[in-house]
Design a protein around this ligand. Structure first.
Ligand SMILES: O=P(O)(O)OC[C@H]1O[C@](O)(CO)[C@@H](O)[C@@H]1O
Length: 555
């Protein structure tokens, strides 16, 4: 028997056939008629009781459609799928990414130097810290001005070229930690193969003071290689240089593939490595975070890693009934599988977190957008929700109407910080009053009687009734810092893990993105060549290509 498989995939039949799932189904029927108003009226301490603490994060679950019984039943489901064993298998470096036969060890990226972990015969902690030390030394040289460009000028702008996990993590963290930037380095991020992206991000830069960080786990991604080639042309023509020495001063790479980096023309000396056990969407705490480290400095970057680690330890060691990421993951399962919720909103009350929902979209949807279980059987239950969101208060003036009065159930996470990064009079208090008001309005709404008592015209009463009973989870941290950012990211990583464990799917592969990449490569020559053969292309796509070619003046 395969021990790893047995440990992480103990389900003989679908999870939906277990007594625990059936008990939840039955319980959900009784919960459908219950309103949050009643739950709060019946338990005056609910708002203090149904809460959790993880590192610096205070998490309030009380405005969810749950009772103590719900949480007990969800915890029993987690035990049935042996969530704790699956967590242990991940942290130990077992090959839980079964379809790629790989360990899943992003948690090792934030282990302290004195920890120990040997995986597949390799001292992982030593490897991680060797790369971190190289990143630190490099960043210190760039930030101090010791590292100069080809013409002897100081680097002032870093352009990160990458896509997916090689972009979303760095750009999200750079934006989130803007208040911690020092050392005179600003960053830009190029991801899209749409040429407007690299044009827009470079046209006003001076090549002499620009450093490109090309980030690609595989170093074979079409978008990243096209952008990096374009950057090379831009740099060499801007510097009026033609030699590799100019490339060596203005290009560094982050990758797991040294050979491809060398083939591209970047000196492997200027490459920062990571490992196949780090998934792209989990890679920010690896060398993929280099541009963030350049902007905020090594000490702040290590604070980010320590924040992640604090939540990792909580997830690894805390029993499910007090394990915050596990409980949040179970709540998501509750809504997805027993209330048919299809989406989940993440609403940060922090302008600096404006890219956090986009980051979470890859983390959650590339991980749990799966429809077969670990053994390849089609699932008979819903999996990954659509994650989406925008910072408050902007979202309030756009889509909150639908959450308040629409017909679909949208569980939402509200994230806020007690202390602002910039204290400007009473603005933060005004801002936070919206955070507190929205979750209360969503939970309790406004009854017909209340609306009538306000003297509302009878014909408008129905329009102004607020049904309430919309579930939210509030997450409050003292302040947005590198550490609390790391904590938040790890929290969501482990929520994703928990959901994947219940659904018995593999959150660590992403085969679904491959077909489109292959087809783009097949179609590319048909856009440019002379009179291409379109007979092997479906009629819709062929007609669209003909139209495109005509508009580009091609026969
Ligand atoms: O870092 P790479 O290898 O360029 O890949 C970029 C992204 O592409 C994907 O493979 C999906 O297309 C992501 O999982 C990954 O983060």
């Amino acid at each position: 028997m395969n021990v790893v498989k047995e440990k992480i995939d103990p389900m003989a039949a679908s999870v939906t056939t277990t007594d625990e799932w059936q008990a939840l189904r039955k319980h959900a029927e009784t919960m459908r008629g219950v309103h949050l108003r009643e739950l709060f009226a019946a338990d005056r301490r609910r708002g203090e009781r149904l809460t959790g603490e993880v590192a610096d994060l205070h998490v309030d679950y009380s405005k969810n459609l749950v009772t103590d019984e719900t949480l007990t039943l969800l915890t029993a489901l987690a035990e049935r799928v042996r969530l704790t064993d699956r967590i242990a298998a991940m942290f130990a470096g077992e090959h839980i990414n079964t379809t790629e036969d790989r360990a899943v060890l992003h948690t090792a990226l934030r282990l302290p130097r004195d920890a120990s972990l040997t995986v597949d015969g390799q001292d992982v902690v030593a490897d991680v810290h060797r790369v971190l030390d190289r990143m630190t030394a490099f960043a210190e040289r760039v930030r101090s001005g010791q590292w100069r460009g080809h013409t002897g000028e100081r680097i002032t702008t870093v352009v990160n070229i990458g896509i997916g996990g090689s972009d979303l993590g760095p750009v999200m963290a750079y934006e989130a930690l803007k208040a911690y930037r020092d050392g005179g380095i600003s960053c830009r991020f190029v991801s899209n193969i749409d040429p407007t992206d690299i044009h827009d991000k470079t046209h006003d830069l001076d090549p002499a003071t620009t450093l490109f960080v090309v980030v690609s786990k595989t170093f074979s991604t079409q978008e990243t290689l096209a952008n990096a080639n374009q950057a090379k042309t831009w740099l060499l023509s801007g510097l009026d240089a033609a030699d590799d020495a100019a490339i060596a001063r203005h290009f560094v790479a982050v990758s797991t593939n040294a050979q491809r980096v060398a083939d591209f023309g970047i000196d492997p000396e200027n490459m920062f490595g990571f490992w196949d056990w780090v998934g792209g969407r989990y890679s920010l705490p690896s060398a993929v975070g280099l541009s963030v480290l350049l902007a905020i400095g090594p000490d702040r970057f290590r604070e980010l890693l320590a924040g992640y680690h604090a939540v990792d330890e909580h997830f690894r060691t805390t029993p499910v009934e007090r394990n915050v990421p596990a409980l949040m993951g179970l709540l998501n399962v509750w809504y997805t599988n027993f209330f048919d919720a299809q989406t989940h909103a993440v609403l940060p009350y922090s302008q600096y977190l404006h890219r956090f929902p986009a980051y979470l979209q890859q983390l959650t949807m590339e991980s749990n957008g799966k429809s077969v279980t670990l053994d390849g059987t089609a699932v008979d239950h819903a999996t990954g929700e659509i994650f989406w969101g925008e910072p408050g208060t902007n979202g309030q003036h756009a889509f909150y109407q639908l959450i308040h009065q629409g017909t679909v159930l949208i569980p939402a996470d509200f994230i806020a910080f007690s202390r602002p990064n910039h204290d400007l009079g009473d603005m933060h208090d005004l801002f936070m009053s919206n955070f507190f008001a929205q979750t209360a309005a969503l939970a309790f709404g406004r009854t017909k009687e209340q609306v009538e008592a306000e003297g509302t015209k009878p014909e408008v009463v129905a329009h102004r009734v607020m049904p309430g009973n919309h579930p939210t989870t509030s997450i409050i941290a003292p302040k947005l810092t590198p550490s609390t950012l790391g904590q938040l990211i790890a929290l969501y990583e482990h929520i994703v893990f928990t959901e994947g464990a219940i659904w018995d799917i593999n959150p660590f592969d992403q085969w679904g993105v491959e077909l489109g990449k292959v087809m783009a490569n097949q179609l590319a020559p048909k856009l440019t060549g002379d009179a291409p053969d379109l007979s092997d292309v479906d009629s819709s796509t062929a007609a669209l290509i003909r139209r495109y070619r005509a508009e580009r003046g091609r026969a």
